[in-house]
Design a protein around this ligand. Structure first.
Ligand code: BES
Ligand code: MN
Ligand code: ZN
Length: 498
């Protein structure tokens, strides 16, 4: 999708397939809606009185209004005027894009970003407009026998009408939002692809393809032999249970005019379990298919790198992905097995289904060599996190208040929120093993916290935070599908540093 701006005094003369104008819930028209209302002999006011309530994100399509050049005027609900905020704006842009997709138009014009929001500047409004439109026009059909080409969204271009003085900010925001939207699209498609297509090899090939497309990216894909040489005994123990070869992916984005930064790179670490059956501690059958999404942390790293590279952000960023399957087999980990991690610490595997931490711990040790300024790992790590926070907030775990606050703020700004969870030392006791340096599970209480505590033992050399996206990376049920989260949060975090 393409995003651009235009400045126009006379909205009623814009030639487009669909023009969005905002209406507040109390029936108050936005300035743009007022212009269209006057040009059309009060067609807008009449329909608002009769049947449009203006709830945030709702839409009503009016065709061929007299005195208006646009083929359609789409009334878009903004919610109550005194409650109009960044979230209502994003819902409005998303509703408009969805209406455009339903009407099968190829291009459209929105006036919604021009509506002021107290604490949200034009650049941020434009950015979220692009992300919302990208989200609404996502379509998956990669694995249908005969993809229905007619069902593919036709929408290719949205133009925002802004005042001349806002043009530069709006264009910058749209550029950022467009890149984030394309990153999310990659993340969603990788997540939605089945485990027999999106294998560790496929993730490695996707990383290589990105590096061919973007000059600022370098990628190295390590195989089992190289991972053995590194001594990643914990990661290897999980991968051994599957015939599908493992991959350890190292991505690097370098700031363009080799801006020598004193601080080291930000390192993003993704859990890339391309299918998690649980191993010998086998999961129940009912929703096991959803464990194809157990590589969404890895997919969010790839999506973030795509956005980062497209924007050529002046930052050094490293991405690490530990990718393998977790299956039961004659070579799989058994409860009670003890493995030696790359750090030298030994781990008693009491539940083979707690495999995410077993692959991440070696990636966290590998991260030390970059002398990072911060490390953030992203993982669909625990069902317990879904119990604690549901599908609204990503779980954020960190012992570093500054880093935690930066990530929380980025999530709020990007409308991709996280909630900080505790990490008191007292929880570490639950990981005690009689036979190894630690156990890989801490029992039922505070399962997402003890998982984070496990990881913290491998992240002592740098500032570190952990994002548990088990509840936010995909939706179940009728609208099952990957969400692209937390790419917006991660990109905002990086934009804030660029
Ligand atoms: N990938 C799962 C976590 C998960 C489960 C995410 C369900 C989303 C929905 C992870 O590998 C796992 O199995 N975790 C176990 C840990 C337990 C054995 C301590 C869990 O959450 O049950
Ligand atoms: Mn598991
Ligand atoms: Zn898992």
């Amino acid at each position: 999708m393409e995003f651009s701006t235009q400045t126009t005094a006379s909205l009623h003369q814009i030639k487009t397939a669909a023009l969005a104008v905002g209406v507040y819930a109390d029936g108050e028209l936005s300035p743009a809606a007022d212009v269209i209302d006057r040009a059309s002999n009060n067609a807008v006011r009449n329909v608002v009185k009769a049947e449009f309530r203006g709830r945030a994100g709702t839409t009503l399509v009016l065709r061929a209004l007299p005195g208006v050049s646009a083929q359609r005027v789409v009334l878009v609900g903004l919610g109550k005027q005194n409650e109009y905020n960044a979230r209502a704006h994003a819902a409005a842009e998303q509703g408009f894009a969805a209406a455009c997709v339903a009407a099968r138009v190829a291009e459209a014009v929105s006036t919604l970003a021009a509506n002021p929001i107290a604490d949200t500047a034009m650049r941020a409004r434009a950015r979220s407009a692009a992300i919302a439109a990208g989200t609404a026009s996502y379509h998956y059909d990669a694995t249908f026998g005969k993809p229905d080409r007619e069902a593919r969204p036709k929408l290719k271009k949205i133009t925002q009408v802004v005042e001349r003085g806002d043009t530069a900010q709006a264009q910058q925001g749209l550029r950022e939002g467009g890149a984030i939207a394309r990153g999310m699209e990659l993340t969603r498609t990788l997540g939605n692809l089945p485990g027999n297509v999106c294998t560790p090899t496929y993730l490695g090939d996707t990383a290589k393809k990105l590096a061919r497309e973007f000059k600022s990216l370098k990628v190295e894909v390590l195989d089992r032999k190289q991972v053995e040489a590194l001594g990643m005994g914990s990661f290897l123990s999980v991968a051994r249970g599957s015939d599908e070869p493992l991959r350890f992916i190292v991505l690097r984005h370098a700031a363009k005019p080799a801006k020598k930064s004193k601080s080291g790179p930000v390192v993003l670490v993704g859990k890339g379990i391309t299918f998690d059956a649980g191993g010998i501690s086998l999961k129940p059958a009912a929703t096991m298919d959803e464990m194809k999404y157990d590589m969404c942390g890895a997919a969010s790293v790839l999506g973030t790198f795509r956005a980062l590279a497209e924007l050529e952000l002046p930052l050094d960023v490293v991405g690490l992905i530990a990718a393998c399957e977790n299956l039961p087999s004659g070579k799989a980990n058994k409860p009670g097995d003890i493995v030696t991690s790359m750090s030298g610490q030994t781990i008693e595997i009491l539940n083979t289904d707690a495999e995410g931490r077993l692959v991440l711990c070696d990636a966290l040790t590998y991260a030390e060599r970059f002398k990072p300024s911060a490390v953030v790992d992203i993982a669909t790590l625990t069902g317990a996190c879904v119990v604690a926070l549901g599908h609204v907030n990503t779980g954020l775990f960190s012992q570093d208040d500054t880093l935690a606050d930066a990530l929380l703020a980025a999530g709020r700004q990007a409308l991709d929120t996280a909630w900080r969870m505790p990490m008191d030392d007292a929880y570490q006791d639950q990981l005690k093993s009689n036979f190894a340096d630690m156990a890989n599970i801490g029992g039922p209480p505070a399962g997402s916290v003890t998982a984070a505590c496990f990881l913290s033992r491998f992240a002592k050399a740098y500032r570190w935070a952990h994002l548990d996206i088990a509840g936010t990376a995909w939706r179940s049920g009728k609208d099952k599908g990957a969400t692209g989260r937390p790419v917006p949060l991660l990109m905002q975090f990086l934009l804030d540093q660029a």
